[in-house]
Design a binder for this molecule. Structure first.
Ligand code: SF4
Length: 360
């Protein structure tokens, strides 16, 4: 049995005694908070709002709405009479004050237990305000962080993606899935893709925009940067809209080359320019030459050094590959949040040993 207790000690509301990654609400909010032009409104007591932007900052190229801490702050009278009116008033207030492109309403345990129907409220408010008000109905008691992260992808798939048409479409439009843009990684990837003539129609979720995500169903292909990102959103987009995807990483020269070759080949089969693979090869050669030159002074300092990687997911193998390219050896890596495929890749290189890691 999973037991949870409320504490502010981890700055994330309730800390599950089984999974110290936090509750499902926290997982959903972590996954969606990088959408920068949405208001992120927590429906619940203020103690649930422990997970603010400061805990897990993500970068934006424009709006900063995702950095605001917004909560309906339910009190005793709301628990007696219901919190739906308070929620509707809070949405109205945030729209009036901030003019967000949309609002993501996160359900928490208390309003879920007293029966607040956030989905119905959000549907009503979407019609009233003419912008997406999404119900992230994953209260903490439904599971741990992964439950929330998986549900976040379904929220976008079921309530946002497909609700708008792009102003223009190109034969090289892609959707980037699973990069959170903690340190501007989305921009690095988009710059390389743009150099090949590939347009990132939507990034989910890093530096994401509600309007762009709504058009993601028109992408010709997708890049999934993490096998488990947003509950396997890439595979679900393929199943629902026929958007094929490649999976890989933008860490390390070899991995970058692989993913660029993969998306170029995929787009060429989806009606994109036939010379995309050749463009990719030319660009990869150019950048690898430049990068090798910049790494040259560092090699004597790094060669032979031993690294222990405390990371998870796709980074278990991709960061290790990047370190090896700089002449380092990787003694071991943890395997938090790693899929079977991640584990296979992490275990493949000779001389590495994979450890079973703790879940965060
Ligand atoms: S949503 Fe539930 S489990 Fe999560 S912090 Fe709030 S009360 Fe705790």
């Amino acid at each position: 049995m999973t037991t949870t207790s409320c504490t502010k000690a981890n700055n994330g509301g309730c800390a599950s005694k089984v999974n110290n990654g936090g509750c499902a609400f926290r997982g959903a909010k972590m996954a969606l908070q990088p959408i920068v032009d949405a208001a992120h409104l927590v429906h619940g007591p203020v103690t649930c709002q422990g997970l603010s932007w400061d805990v897990r900052p993500t970068a934006s190229s424009g709006p900063r709405l995702h950095r605001d801490t917004l909560v309906t702050d339910l009190g005793e009278m709301d628990i007696i009479h219901g919190g739906e009116e308070r929620l509707a008033a809070a949405v109205e207030a945030v729209i009036a004050a901030r003019e967000p492109a949309g609002v993501l309403v996160y359900q928490t345990c208390v309003p879920a237990l007293i029966g607040d129907d956030v989905k119905a409220v959000c549907q009503r408010l979407t019609a009233r305000f003419g912008r997406p008000i999404l119900a992230v109905d994953v209260p903490g008691f439904t599971g741990g962080r992964d439950t929330g992260s998986n549900a976040a992808g379904d929220v976008l798939l079921d309530q946002l993606i497909g609700t708008r048409e792009p102003e223009r479409r190109t034969a090289t439009d892609i959707v980037l899935i699973g990069e959170y843009n903690v340190a501007g990684e989305v921009w690095q990837a988009a710059r390389l893709l743009s150099e090949m003539g590939i347009r990132v129609l939507a990034s989910i979720p890093g530096d994401g925009r509600m309007g762009a995500i709504a058009t993601a169903h028109r992408a010709r292909a997708a890049i999934a940067l993490c096998s488990q990102a947003m509950g396997g959103l890439a595979a679900k987009l393929e199943a629902r809209y026929g958007i094929p995807f490649v999976q890989g990483s933008f860490y390390g020269m070899g991995n970058i080359a692989t993913i660029l070759r993969g998306i170029a080949a995929l787009l060429a089969t989806q009606g994109g320019p036939a010379d995309l693979p050749a463009r990719a090869e030319a660009m990869i050669a150019r950048h690898q030459t430049m990068t090798q030159a910049r790494l040259r002074p560092l090699r004597p300092l790094l060669t032979g050094k031993l690294a222990l990687l405390l990371t998870g997911g796709v980074k278990t193998w991709s960061l290790a590959d990047a370190l090896r390219e700089m002449g380092m050896a990787v003694a071991a890596t943890t395997l938090r949040k790693s899929s079977t495929d991640d584990r296979r890749r992490a275990a493949a290189p000779a001389g590495r040993r994979a450890l079973v890691g703790q879940r965060r």
